[in-house]
Design a protein around this ligand. Structure first.
Ligand code: GLY
Ligand code: MN
Ligand code: MN
Length: 434
């Protein structure tokens, strides 16, 4: 991603603000235990606007006549860099990331009250982090305490997220290229997992294959904790223990995607542990697959957010009736929502730097229209738990099929295309013929 891109984004944001100041910190570091940290992940919006990936950094942006952008970041520190590695320091960061000014993060408390002085509006992210909120309020109170010198604190505090999230919802060509590559790496990871899976292996051994494929292609993290769920575990929607033995005759549901340069892929595939679908598994699988195709066909410009979900739901409900899981008509089942016993989640979400990405789903109370540049997942499923009195042959079948879809002029592009998906494709890959 080029430096010019973040400068352009900051300029666009300043234009949307019109006037005032925006303040946006990156994410804090998180302790895993004692003095060990979780791998660091920057705040997505901060990185989107700055390109700067170090912790302990704050972006300050002035709109209007004053238009300029400031970065607060860690100082160079020869001693710390011996232990923890390179840090830019303000001077190099200003140059490298195209800021007008950069200062040591240690100066933040001293400088912020003056920066806030006489700004008509403050754009902030109140509610994201209580510790940050109280610092911000402290700076505002410091400005107010100087009122007799003639300065004023911002009269309006507005939500910075609403502006940045709307920008992030529309991906440009370079973002789409990154997401396409993340989709391809994740595609290969799923194919690798299918080739590897055999009865008697443990879910974590299959997970290791996914991670191997991510890492060896330059993705340093899964975009979210991988779900590797054999048999009944597939009916636990957020199953992440991944520690059970895989049994002959069961299905394996894998929901896994890599993060590449800050962008997520999100793929689910479900396949037989022994490489061959049983008749009952195939019946259910074909229903979910038909629902997914129907939803993908409905993901196009001019349609609204809800239309892929509605298209998938009709197919799934007809399938529930055909399998005799429910009685009635498609309309009556949708009306009563009795389908939620077997399909309890929605058909997708926005996808981008966050796996459940930002962006409003409704505008003025109406499902929003799909437009080129938006990226969403399409992920129908069916979850048949014995507790729901399903016929024994169908019990513990949990199936979800998920792809990542970019809306383009006239239709869509499946960013995760090529991930084995039909019964024939999956069985061929598992037989070593894919
Ligand atoms: N992997 C998270 C989701 O599918 O929403
Ligand atoms: Mn998803
Ligand atoms: Mn998923």
């Amino acid at each position: 991603m080029s430096l010019a891109m973040q400068i352009t984004r900051r300029a666009r944001l300043a234009g949307l603000m019109g006037e005032g100041i925006a303040v946006l910190p990156t994410s804090p570091e998180l302790a895993r235990n004692a003095d060990t940290q979780f791998p660091y992940r920057f705040d997505s919006s901060f990185f989107y606007l700055s390109g700067f990936g170090e912790p302990e950094a704050v972006l300050v942006l002035f709109a209007g006549d004053l238009r300029r952008s400031l970065l607060f970041c860690r100082n160079k520190d020869v001693e710390r860099e011996i232990w923890d590695g390179f840090r830019y320091g303000p001077d190099a960061a200003r140059e490298q990331f195209g800021f007008d000014e950069a200062y040591p993060i240690d100066e933040l408390d001293k400088m912020m009250p003056s920066l806030l002085e006489n700004q008509p509006k403050l754009y902030a992210t109140l509610g994201a982090d209580p510790a940050w909120d109280s610092r911000l309020i402290g700076w505002l109170n410091e400005v107010r305490s100087r009122a007799r010198t003639g300065v004023q604190a911002p009269k309006e505090i507005l939500d910075l997220r609403s502006l940045v999230h709307e920008m992030r919802l529309f991906k440009d060509e370079s973002e789409l290229a990154t997401m396409r590559r993340a989709g391809q790496i994740s595609r290969d990871a799923h194919a690798r997992a299918m080739s590897f899976t055999r009865p008697g292996q443990f879910e974590y051994q299959v997970e290791a294959e996914l991670i191997h494929e991510f890492y060896r292609n330059g993705s340093r993290f899964p975009a979210y904790t991988s779900i590797v769920a054999g048999g009944a575990n597939a009916c636990v929607l957020h199953y992440v223990e991944n520690n059970a033995e895989l049994r002959d005759g069961d299905l394996l549901l894998i929901d896994a995607g890599c993060e590449l340069h800050g962008y997520a892929a999100d793929i689910t595939r479900t396949f037989p542990v022994n490489g061959k679908f049983s008749a009952a598994q195939k019946d259910v699988y074909e229903i979910v697959l038909a629902a997914q195709y129907a939803a993908i066909n409905a993901a196009k410009p001019g349609n609204t957010w809800n239309m892929p979900h509605d298209a998938a739901l009709k197919v799934l409900v007809q399938g529930m009736l055909d399998l005799k899981l429910l009685q009635g008509s498609v309309d009556s089942v949708i009306e009563s929502e009795s389908y939620k016993q077997f399909y309890m989640h929605r058909t997708g979400h926005w996808l981008g730097m966050d796996v459940h990405d930002v962006g409003d789903y409704k505008l003025n109370g109406q499902w929003r229209e799909l437009q080129p540049g938006m990226v969403l997942t399409v992920e129908p499923g069916l979850y048949l738990r014995p507790a729901d009195n399903v016929p024994p042959a169908l019990a513990n079948i949990g199936i979800r099929i998920e792809d990542d879809v970019a809306i383009v002029a006239g239709g869509n592009e499946v960013l995760t295309a090529g991930t084995p998906k039909t019964v024939a494709e999956i069985e061929a890959v598992m037989a070593g013929q894919g």
